[in-house]
Each structure stands twice: as C-alpha cells, then as structure tokens.
Write a protein that binds this ligand. Sequence first.
Ligand code: SAM
Length: 292
Amino acid sequence: MNESSYVECEDDYEEEEVAEVDFRKEGYRNDQLYCAHLMLKQAWNGNFGAPVNDLLSSNSDAKVLDFGCGSGYWTLEMATEYPSPKFYGINPVASFPGSVLPRNVEFIVSNVLTDTLPFKDAEFDYVFARNIMFTFHKPNFESIVMKEILRVLKPGGYIEFVEEEIIEGHNRGKALMHWNIDGLKVWLESQKIDYEIICRFKECLQSTNQLKDITEQKLKIPIGKSNGFIGELAAEYIMCTVKSMADNLMPIMNLTNEEYDHLVEEIEKEVKENEEEYNAYFHFRRYFAIKM
Ligand SMILES: C[S@@+](CC[C@H](N)C(=O)[O-])C[C@H]1O[C@@H](n2cnc3c(N)ncnc32)[C@H](O)[C@@H]1O
C-alpha cells in the first residue's frame, strides 16, 4: 500500500487538554519516541503538514519552535533539511542531545506550567508540537499551553499539532484491548487527562478566535509486518509504549510483575505474530492553522 493512501481525510479544527509527565521515565521513552517519529514520517511522507516548505527554504530567517521536543528527533532532522531557519526545541527535562547539534538548533530546558516560554511575543514563524496532549492535565492545555504557544507565534505564522487518537476498538486483539481499556484509559482518567481531546481539537483551535485556515488530517496506521515497514514500526511503537507504562499500569490493573510480563508477551504475539488475524490499526491526527 502506498503510504499516502493512509491519509483518510482533511478538514479543519481545534483543541484543548492534558495531564502530567513522570519525568523519571523520560529516558525509557527514547525508543518509543523514535519509533513514532519514523512511523509518522513514513506514513505521512514527511515531517510536517503545514505549507511551510517555502517559508523554511533558501536564505530563510524564519524561527521554528518544537514545543515539548522530547529527544529532539523532529528538530534535528528539520534543522538538517532546512539549514537557514533557526530551530528551537523546548522540553522540561534535557532529554535532547547536549552537543554535536546542527548549528541552527538550540535546545532549551523550559516547563511551560511553571514559567512562561522564554521567548518574546510573536517571535516564531512556525510552532510544531507532537504527541504532547497526554502530558498535560485537562485544564492546563487550553489555559496555559495553547495560550503560550499562541503568544510566541507571529500573526501569519503556522501552528501544527500531531496527536494519536486513543479510542476503543481498531480491531485490536484481546490482550491489547485489555491493556488499552482496563489499563491505559483508567490511568489516563486517574491523571485527569482528557484522552478524547484530540477528537475535539478542531473546535478547541477554533475557540481561540486567533486561528484561521484550520486543517485536520487523519491517518490510519495498520499494525504488523504484513503491512510493511510502517506496520513493523507501528508494532514496535506499541510494544515500547506497553513496556514503558509498566510501573503506571501494574497497580491499576492489579497485576504482578510476572503477570504484566505475560500480558506484554500476549500483546507481542498479537501485533507481531498473528497480526493478520487481528487486523489492528490506530489513528493519528494532525492539525495546522495560521494565526490571524
Ligand atoms: C510523548 S513526548 C513527545 C516528544 C516529541 N514531541 C516527539 O514527538 O518525539 C511528550 C513530551 O512533552 C514534554 N512535556 C511534558 N511536560 C511539558 C511541559 N510542561 N512543557 C513542555 N513540554 C512538556 C515531555 O517532556 C515529553 O518530551
């Protein structure tokens, strides 16, 4: 299947939301973040959806912010591909590389929940944020994160969000469904994370009254090697996620270490060995818009 055929629809939209991060886990998440980075880049045929290629190309003096940059994979690739703009990655912990950067990259430790972003108003031409919704408690996303991102974005600048949908179903196997519904969702709720925010994100962006040309794109990613490289990456991404959530989910699911390990094995069988039987997939969405 051609990767671009995974893109199901386009529109407009907006959003709000989410919880808090366990900073101690940051180091465990690098593989998961890299899988997600590769998978999304492959599936969407590139690192971004907003029409910013011209803005970033040749002698550009644009400034780009990767909000919640994590390990910095997106920032580093974009800065290499587009050497003229200046790229900033901010994250509350220094999970990004400390040296050997492209010269047009600066990573900054900053926590938007405790301090305003360390930038002037209207400083950025393009602000990108990926997989950050499940990091913030419900009121904080709209009241703090969106507000700050919009503050540092120039009028005429682009904003872009890329997020995973977490909903029931997707023809997932029994073990993965159990993990998702009885584990992950219960944990997200216990953290007061609104995991359905992504489904209302278009309205959320609209409600800022500061954005126009809001575009929504949905991506269906099939899981398992029978779906090629993307399917393999998707399976690996799920396994990294399941493993990295062990400490959070074992008490919620009332499982011992051994029982959780067994669940991991069952999920691995579903997504790596018998994937054709389960025909599992998940959805990502991305949204981009222009600040008025
Ligand atoms: C799932 S990771 C995604 C990382 C990166 N955007 C990517 O796509 O690889 C979520 C990131 O949000 C960051 N984050 C958590 N709280 C934050 C805050 N208050 N301000 C900025 N970033 C935050 C986390 O540290 C983490 O790196």
